[in-house]
Design a binder for this molecule. Structure first.
Ligand SMILES: [Zn+2]
Length: 144
């Protein structure tokens, strides 16, 4: 199994902060529109389906299936070069949205399209977040 990542700290904005804070609690947080029921990711101020501003956050199951993936074998940029080869993937979440992520916890050659996966969080140092505080983590997925 290849070495694990040391993910860079996420750059949270006012739209994405609740998502990253949820990750810090090891919860995968998505948004649901209160008007049309559409579930969306990435986090936005409005519903991407009906443009309503009535969007609420909820904790998702953390389960999904690999939609597609690639095995990255060349990347000279730290910290990714230290984790080669690694899997970059799109995962279809049980709730509907498709999320770009990494598949970890297995040999890259063991990943397959349609594979059942569950979210797995890596805590990142967020000690410099200032008065807002909180902790962040990066969601990745591993075989279920
Ligand atoms: Zn909507």
């Amino acid at each position: 199994m290849p070495p694990d990542f040391e993910h860079p700290k996420p750059a949270a904005s006012w739209e994405t902060r609740a998502y990253w804070e949820g990750c810090g609690r090891h919860e995968l947080v998505l948004q649901r529109c209160d008007d049309c029921g559409s579930v969306q990711h990435r986090p936005r101020a409005i519903c991407a389906s009906c443009l309503s501003s009535a969007v609420s956050h909820f904790v998702a199951s953390g389960r999904g299936r690999v939609y597609t993936y690639t095995i990255t074998r060349q990347n000279g940029v730290p910290p990714f070069r230290d984790a080669l080869p690694y899997v970059l993937a799109y995962v279809d979440l049980e709730e509907g949205p498709r999320l770009m992520t990494n598949i970890v916890g297995c040999d890259p050659e063991e990943v397959s399209i349609g594979q059942e996966v569950v979210v797995d969080f890596q805590d990142v140092d967020a000690s410099d977040l200032g008065e807002a505080g909180g902790s962040f983590a990066v969601p990745r997925f591993r075989p279920a």
